[in-house]
Design a protein around this ligand. Structure first.
Ligand SMILES: Cc1cc2nc3c(=O)[nH]c(=O)nc-3n(C[C@H](O)[C@H](O)[C@H](O)COP(=O)(O)O)c2cc1C
Length: 208
Protein backbone atom coordinates (compact mmCIF):
# COMPACT_ATOMS: atom_id res chain seq x y z
CA UNK A 1 0.00 0.00 0.00
CA UNK A 2 1.33 3.44 -0.93
CA UNK A 3 2.02 5.77 1.98
CA UNK A 4 1.96 9.56 2.07
CA UNK A 5 3.13 11.90 4.81
CA UNK A 6 1.34 15.22 5.26
CA UNK A 7 3.04 18.06 7.13
CA UNK A 8 0.94 20.82 8.67
CA UNK A 9 3.15 23.89 8.90
CA UNK A 10 0.49 25.91 10.69
CA UNK A 11 0.51 26.44 14.45
CA UNK A 12 -3.27 25.88 14.26
CA UNK A 13 -3.94 22.15 14.59
CA UNK A 14 -7.52 22.61 13.36
CA UNK A 15 -7.09 25.72 11.23
CA UNK A 16 -7.28 26.47 7.52
CA UNK A 17 -4.28 24.44 6.39
CA UNK A 18 -5.47 21.49 8.48
CA UNK A 19 -8.90 21.71 6.83
CA UNK A 20 -7.29 21.49 3.37
CA UNK A 21 -5.09 18.57 4.45
CA UNK A 22 -8.07 16.76 6.03
CA UNK A 23 -9.90 16.95 2.70
CA UNK A 24 -6.91 15.32 1.04
CA UNK A 25 -6.70 12.64 3.74
CA UNK A 26 -10.31 11.61 3.14
CA UNK A 27 -9.57 11.21 -0.57
CA UNK A 28 -6.30 9.34 0.03
CA UNK A 29 -8.15 6.90 2.28
CA UNK A 30 -10.83 6.36 -0.37
CA UNK A 31 -8.03 5.68 -2.86
CA UNK A 32 -6.43 3.08 -0.57
CA UNK A 33 -3.39 5.21 0.31
CA UNK A 34 -2.07 5.16 3.89
CA UNK A 35 -1.65 8.61 5.47
CA UNK A 36 0.24 10.11 8.38
CA UNK A 37 -0.39 13.72 9.36
CA UNK A 38 2.46 15.38 11.23
CA UNK A 39 1.98 18.64 13.10
CA UNK A 40 5.04 20.84 12.51
CA UNK A 41 3.88 24.43 12.93
CA UNK A 42 3.31 24.32 16.70
CA UNK A 43 6.82 23.00 17.40
CA UNK A 44 9.97 25.00 18.10
CA UNK A 45 11.89 24.24 14.90
CA UNK A 46 15.08 26.21 14.48
CA UNK A 47 16.71 26.98 11.16
CA UNK A 48 19.71 25.31 9.49
CA UNK A 49 23.04 26.61 10.79
CA UNK A 50 25.04 25.22 7.84
CA UNK A 51 27.36 23.31 10.21
CA UNK A 52 27.83 20.53 7.66
CA UNK A 53 27.50 17.85 10.35
CA UNK A 54 24.75 16.07 8.38
CA UNK A 55 27.18 15.35 5.52
CA UNK A 56 29.14 13.14 7.94
CA UNK A 57 26.36 11.68 10.10
CA UNK A 58 23.41 11.55 7.68
CA UNK A 59 21.17 13.38 10.13
CA UNK A 60 20.61 16.88 11.46
CA UNK A 61 22.73 18.00 14.41
CA UNK A 62 19.53 19.24 16.09
CA UNK A 63 17.87 15.95 17.04
CA UNK A 64 14.22 16.94 16.88
CA UNK A 65 11.14 16.32 14.73
CA UNK A 66 13.22 16.77 11.56
CA UNK A 67 15.19 13.57 12.23
CA UNK A 68 12.00 11.70 13.21
CA UNK A 69 10.25 12.68 10.00
CA UNK A 70 13.36 11.95 7.92
CA UNK A 71 13.05 8.23 8.71
CA UNK A 72 9.36 8.24 7.77
CA UNK A 73 10.04 10.24 4.61
CA UNK A 74 12.62 7.68 3.49
CA UNK A 75 9.94 4.95 3.63
CA UNK A 76 7.11 7.04 2.16
CA UNK A 77 5.94 7.25 -1.45
CA UNK A 78 4.85 10.88 -1.22
CA UNK A 79 5.10 14.06 0.82
CA UNK A 80 2.49 16.82 1.13
CA UNK A 81 3.63 20.05 2.73
CA UNK A 82 0.94 22.47 3.87
CA UNK A 83 1.57 26.01 5.03
CA UNK A 84 -0.33 29.15 5.91
CA UNK A 85 0.88 32.25 4.09
CA UNK A 86 2.84 34.70 6.24
CA UNK A 87 3.78 37.94 4.46
CA UNK A 88 3.33 36.27 1.06
CA UNK A 89 5.64 33.36 1.91
CA UNK A 90 5.31 29.98 3.61
CA UNK A 91 5.56 30.45 7.37
CA UNK A 92 8.96 30.50 9.03
CA UNK A 93 8.55 27.25 10.93
CA UNK A 94 7.84 25.13 7.86
CA UNK A 95 10.68 26.76 5.92
CA UNK A 96 13.15 25.95 8.73
CA UNK A 97 11.77 22.41 8.84
CA UNK A 98 11.98 21.85 5.08
CA UNK A 99 15.49 23.35 4.79
CA UNK A 100 16.77 20.97 7.44
CA UNK A 101 14.78 17.92 6.27
CA UNK A 102 15.96 18.16 2.68
CA UNK A 103 19.53 19.29 3.41
CA UNK A 104 20.29 16.71 6.09
CA UNK A 105 18.99 13.62 4.29
CA UNK A 106 21.00 11.86 1.61
CA UNK A 107 18.58 9.05 0.68
CA UNK A 108 17.16 9.16 -2.84
CA UNK A 109 13.93 11.09 -3.16
CA UNK A 110 13.68 10.34 -6.86
CA UNK A 111 10.09 9.47 -7.85
CA UNK A 112 8.64 10.15 -4.43
CA UNK A 113 5.69 12.39 -5.27
CA UNK A 114 5.53 15.90 -3.81
CA UNK A 115 2.68 18.35 -3.36
CA UNK A 116 2.50 21.77 -1.72
CA UNK A 117 -0.73 23.17 -0.27
CA UNK A 118 -1.11 26.76 0.88
CA UNK A 119 -3.73 28.75 2.72
CA UNK A 120 -4.11 32.51 2.89
CA UNK A 121 -6.85 34.91 3.85
CA UNK A 122 -6.31 37.18 0.88
CA UNK A 123 -3.02 37.10 -1.07
CA UNK A 124 0.38 35.46 -1.41
CA UNK A 125 -0.73 31.90 -2.11
CA UNK A 126 0.99 31.43 -5.46
CA UNK A 127 4.30 32.93 -4.30
CA UNK A 128 4.27 30.57 -1.31
CA UNK A 129 3.29 27.61 -3.49
CA UNK A 130 6.29 28.29 -5.75
CA UNK A 131 8.70 28.33 -2.81
CA UNK A 132 7.51 24.99 -1.44
CA UNK A 133 7.54 23.22 -4.80
CA UNK A 134 11.23 23.97 -5.19
CA UNK A 135 12.18 21.47 -2.46
CA UNK A 136 10.68 18.76 -4.67
CA UNK A 137 12.00 19.85 -8.03
CA UNK A 138 15.63 19.96 -6.86
CA UNK A 139 15.24 16.42 -5.51
CA UNK A 140 13.96 14.43 -8.48
CA UNK A 141 10.47 14.41 -7.01
CA UNK A 142 7.62 14.71 -9.54
CA UNK A 143 5.06 17.28 -8.40
CA UNK A 144 1.38 16.34 -8.35
CA UNK A 145 -1.03 18.88 -9.71
CA UNK A 146 -4.76 19.52 -9.56
CA UNK A 147 -7.49 21.52 -11.27
CA UNK A 148 -6.23 24.82 -9.84
CA UNK A 149 -3.11 25.82 -7.89
CA UNK A 150 -3.21 23.98 -4.58
CA UNK A 151 -4.68 26.71 -2.42
CA UNK A 152 -7.54 27.48 -0.09
CA UNK A 153 -8.69 30.84 1.22
CA UNK A 154 -9.72 31.71 4.74
CA UNK A 155 -8.93 33.17 8.12
CA UNK A 156 -10.65 30.35 9.99
CA UNK A 157 -11.37 26.69 9.27
CA UNK A 158 -15.04 27.61 8.80
CA UNK A 159 -14.06 30.00 5.99
CA UNK A 160 -12.16 27.23 4.22
CA UNK A 161 -15.19 24.93 4.42
CA UNK A 162 -17.01 27.55 2.33
CA UNK A 163 -14.20 27.59 -0.26
CA UNK A 164 -15.78 24.83 -2.31
CA UNK A 165 -13.40 25.20 -5.23
CA UNK A 166 -10.42 25.09 -2.87
CA UNK A 167 -11.68 21.84 -1.34
CA UNK A 168 -12.40 20.39 -4.77
CA UNK A 169 -8.81 21.25 -5.71
CA UNK A 170 -7.60 19.33 -2.65
CA UNK A 171 -9.65 16.24 -3.56
CA UNK A 172 -8.45 16.29 -7.16
CA UNK A 173 -4.87 16.79 -6.01
CA UNK A 174 -5.08 13.75 -3.74
CA UNK A 175 -6.60 11.66 -6.56
CA UNK A 176 -3.83 12.59 -8.98
CA UNK A 177 -1.17 12.08 -6.32
CA UNK A 178 -2.56 8.63 -5.41
CA UNK A 179 -2.44 7.61 -9.06
CA UNK A 180 1.16 8.81 -9.43
CA UNK A 181 2.34 7.04 -6.27
CA UNK A 182 0.74 3.77 -7.38
CA UNK A 183 2.23 4.04 -10.89
CA UNK A 184 5.71 4.83 -9.57
CA UNK A 185 5.50 1.90 -7.14
CA UNK A 186 4.92 -0.39 -10.13
CA UNK A 187 7.77 1.27 -12.03
CA UNK A 188 10.10 0.75 -9.05
CA UNK A 189 9.13 -2.93 -8.94
CA UNK A 190 9.86 -3.22 -12.66
CA UNK A 191 13.20 -1.47 -12.08
CA UNK A 192 12.65 1.12 -14.81
CA UNK A 193 13.34 4.27 -12.79
CA UNK A 194 15.77 6.51 -14.75
CA UNK A 195 19.42 6.36 -13.73
CA UNK A 196 20.58 9.93 -13.19
CA UNK A 197 24.03 11.45 -13.62
CA UNK A 198 25.75 12.79 -10.51
CA UNK A 199 29.06 14.38 -9.80
CA UNK A 200 29.16 17.72 -11.60
CA UNK A 201 29.16 20.55 -9.05
CA UNK A 202 29.86 23.92 -10.55
CA UNK A 203 32.05 25.90 -8.20
CA UNK A 204 34.25 27.96 -10.54
CA UNK A 205 37.43 26.95 -8.71
CA UNK A 206 39.57 28.80 -11.25
CA UNK A 207 37.72 32.04 -10.50
CA UNK A 208 36.64 32.51 -14.15
C1 LIG B 1 2.21 36.51 10.70
C2 LIG B 1 1.07 36.34 9.74
C3 LIG B 1 1.20 36.81 8.44
C4 LIG B 1 0.16 36.64 7.53
N1 LIG B 1 0.34 37.07 6.26
C5 LIG B 1 -0.64 36.90 5.36
C6 LIG B 1 -0.47 37.30 3.99
O1 LIG B 1 0.59 37.76 3.56
N2 LIG B 1 -1.53 37.13 3.14
C7 LIG B 1 -2.73 36.62 3.57
O2 LIG B 1 -3.64 36.53 2.77
N3 LIG B 1 -2.91 36.17 4.82
C8 LIG B 1 -1.89 36.29 5.72
N4 LIG B 1 -2.06 35.84 7.01
C9 LIG B 1 -3.29 35.09 7.33
C10 LIG B 1 -3.11 33.57 7.17
O3 LIG B 1 -2.26 33.23 6.12
C11 LIG B 1 -4.44 32.88 6.86
O4 LIG B 1 -5.41 33.25 7.76
C12 LIG B 1 -4.28 31.37 6.81
O5 LIG B 1 -5.36 30.83 6.10
C13 LIG B 1 -4.23 30.76 8.21
O6 LIG B 1 -4.03 29.35 8.09
P1 LIG B 1 -4.00 28.40 9.39
O7 LIG B 1 -5.35 28.49 10.03
O8 LIG B 1 -3.74 27.03 8.86
O9 LIG B 1 -2.90 28.90 10.26
C14 LIG B 1 -1.04 35.99 7.93
C15 LIG B 1 -1.16 35.52 9.24
C16 LIG B 1 -0.11 35.69 10.13
C17 LIG B 1 -0.26 35.14 11.54
Amino acid sequence: MAKVILLNGSPHVHGCTATALDEMIRTFEAEGVETELIQVGNQAIRGCVACGSCAKTGKCVFDDLVNEVAKKFEEADGLVVGSPVYYASPNGTILSFMDRLFYSTSFSKQMKVGAAVVSCRRGGNTASFDVLNKYFTISGMPVASSTYWNQVHGFTAEDVKKDLEGLQTMRNLAKNMSFMMKCFAEAKKADIIPQLERGAFTSFPDGK
